[in-house]
Design a protein around this ligand. Structure first.
Ligand SMILES: [Zn+2]
Length: 154
């Protein structure tokens, strides 16, 4: 897959449109039904659950900025972090994607990226890791890393 393209799924007809990343902020329309494609659909305003199966497509082949959030259902820090990540996904919609991955259910990605504890956050740009946080941080400090990821564009 070409890393310079992004897939935008049309909210009206469901067609998957391939769009060059350098045209992301222009007024793109669905190739089939001409419905305007909102950038919010490419960066949804909620965390996206990813798995061993979807990680490549959602994160590694995604040309923009992604925060990958490794969590586990028994993790107390994760339970407190979940609503914060939901809020941040809304606040940063259109600029970055939050991908949420359950550590133990997805051993391939976790071992490939050397993640052994939760919560762990990976900051990715164009499928490449640029930063990593092990453990929980207050929201203000998290946002510092979000803003750092966004420096230089989405
Ligand atoms: Zn359409």
């Amino acid at each position: 897959m070409n890393r310079n393209n992004i897939i935008a799924t049309c909210s009206k007809c469901g067609t998957r449109n391939r769009i060059p990343i350098n045209r992301m902020r222009e007024n793109a329309v669905c190739g089939r039904c001409r419905n305007p494609l909102s950038i919010d659909e490419w960066y949804p305003e909620h965390p996206v659950d990813v798995t061993d199966r979807t990680f490549r497509n959602e994160v590694l082949n995604f040309p923009g900025s992604t925060v990958v959030y490794f969590w586990a259902p028994w993790c107390g820090h994760c339970q407190r972090l979940n609503p914060v990540m939901d809020e941040l996904a809304g606040k940063y919609a259109g600029r970055l994607k939050i991908a949420r991955l359950a550590l133990e259910e997805n051993p391939a990605v976790s071992s490939q990226l050397n993640v052994r504890s939760v919560p762990t956050l990976l900051f990715m740009k164009g499928g490449k890791q640029v930063n990593r946080l092990d453990g929980a941080l207050p929201r203000e400090q998290l946002e510092y890393y979000f803003r750092a990821l966004l420096q230089g564009g989405p």
